[in-house]
Design a protein. Structure first.
Length: 234
């Protein structure tokens, strides 16, 4: 029973930090709790569902598919994050599909409850607005990269993004662990696995990356940034 109480807690959700522990406990009782297996679909693009999903455990991937079936990864979200807020806000169909990457537990919050919370709690509204602003900025950066960078340089830009997310050490190195899957990188930057493999091999020959047993080490993030910025014209 104690394990069930811990698992059904919303204390780790960043958006709900402005609420008191009592308010989060009350909210937890209004949620539907779901578990998903790895690669199981959680949301289908264009579905009419408007609920907001809070990631309690595990991680999910947000993707869209072209008419030809090509997958483009928009983002990966881990425990503490949430998704589905756009449909809850504007009432339109889902803008992307979401699948579980690993065994994942989510709390499903009804749209009307979500909207009541963010319109009555200033702290939550502020956090939501910051997230939406971040989404716009990220989308703008991706549009610029897709329209101005060639496939090789889009791979460089994605590796640089992952290096910054992982944390760049004082010596300019960054450790990406586990090793990024070629197909995942390709999906993020709209290219092929073969292109990703070729770029990584080229960077290895230049001494900019090294593949260890369980990690990809970016040896010189500053040099990688120079490569990307020289093509962007920054």
């Amino acid at each position: 029973m104690a394990d069930e109480i811990v698992q059904n807690s919303l204390d780790g959700i960043d958006l709900l930090a402005p609420l008191s522990a009592e308010e989060r406990a009350t909210l937890a009782r209004q949620c539907r709790w779901r578990r998903y297996a790895p690669q199981e679909q959680i949301i289908d693009r264009q579905s009419q569902n408007r609920d907001v999903y809070l990631v309690i455990k595990g991680s999910v991937r947000i993707v869209i598919y072209s008419l030809s079936g090509k997958e483009l990864t928009l983002d990966d979200l881990g425990a503490g994050y949430y998704f589905g807020e756009l449909a809850a806000i504007d009432g339109h169909p889902r803008s992307a599909s979401v699948m579980a990457l690993v065994e994942t537990q989510v709390a499903v919050l009804p749209a009307e409850v979500f909207m009541r919370l963010v319109t009555t709690h200033e702290g939550m509204m502020h956090l939501l607005l910051k997230r939406l602003a971040s989404m716009v900025r990220t989308s703008t950066d991706r549009i610029i990269d897709l329209s101005t960078l060639g496939a090789n340089n889009r791979v460089h830009a994605e590796l640089l993004r992952q290096a910054r997310a992982a944390g760049i050490a004082d010596d300019g190195s960054a450790v990406l662990s586990p090793i990024p899957v070629h197909g995942d990188i390709a999906s993020r930057v709209s290219t092929t696995r073969e292109t990703v493999a070729r770029v990584l091999n080229d960077l290895a020959r230049q001494g900019l990356v090294r593949r260890d047993r369980d990690a990809l080490v970016i040896l010189d993030a500053e040099k990688l940034e120079e490569i990307v910025e020289s093509v962007r014209g920054e």
